[in-house]
Design a protein around this ligand. Structure first.
Ligand SMILES: [Zn+2]
Length: 193
């Protein structure tokens, strides 16, 4: 295939990049300094093989256990459950949270054939030593709610409190894009399920 088209096609696969943007980026790359293009290609290539899933929290990291799971200053009695690795960054950014995390890699969605067994729920259940509260920070949508209710049903009998972030209109539909102040408030005002 023509290398220019190949580049456009590859870039179009990225989230949020349509064909038009892919063309714009490709034209930019064609005119850019060789050293920049080489660095971008090397950086993207370097992702492969150097990342893994953390054995504890299931996030994507360069070590297992990851940096967050290895941080002994964190409060071991709280675990915040999120849908995606990047949600951890958003919640850390709120500056309000000092517990551990767990990444589900999705949310329960029967219509898409995603049930509890397709998510990283078993590793969560295997790591509950000393945990008193699980904060469910899944997205404020139907799937996020279904996931929160499921976790509540499983964790309550184990004597673990389950809470859900208090969402305001300003939080939007994905944790990843929520601003710092909204997330801080959502954490502070979380409600028990
Ligand atoms: Zn981890």
């Amino acid at each position: 295939m023509d290398p220019i088209r190949r580049c456009v096609q590859a870039l179009s696969r990225l989230p949020g990049i349509g064909e038009k943007t892919a063309w714009r980026l490709t034209w930019w790359l064609l005119r850019a300094d060789d050293s920049i293009v080489t660095e971008i290609a090397a950086a993207v290539g370097g992702l492969q093989g150097s990342v893994m899933e953390c054995e504890r929290c299931c996030t994507i990291a360069t070590t297992s256990p990851c940096k967050t799971c290895s941080d002994t200053r964190r409060d071991p009695s709280i675990v915040c459950v999120v849908e995606r690795p990047q949600d951890i960054q958003a919640i850390e950014g709120s500056g309000e949270y000092r517990g551990f995390f767990h990444v589900l890699h999705g949310s329960i969605s029967p219509l898409d054939g995603i049930g509890p067994d397709q998510l990283r729920i078993r590793p969560l259940l295997a790591n509950l030593d000393g945990v008193k509260e699980v904060i469910v920070a899944t997205d404020p949508d139907v799937e996020g709610d279904a996931t929160a209710l499921y976790l509540h049903r499983v964790l309550k009998p184990l004597g673990i409190q389950v809470s859900r972030l208090a969402y305001g209109v300003s939080v939007g539909t994905e944790i990843e894009y929520a601003d710092k102040v909204s997330l801080m408030r959502a954490l502070e005002n979380r409600r028990l399920l």
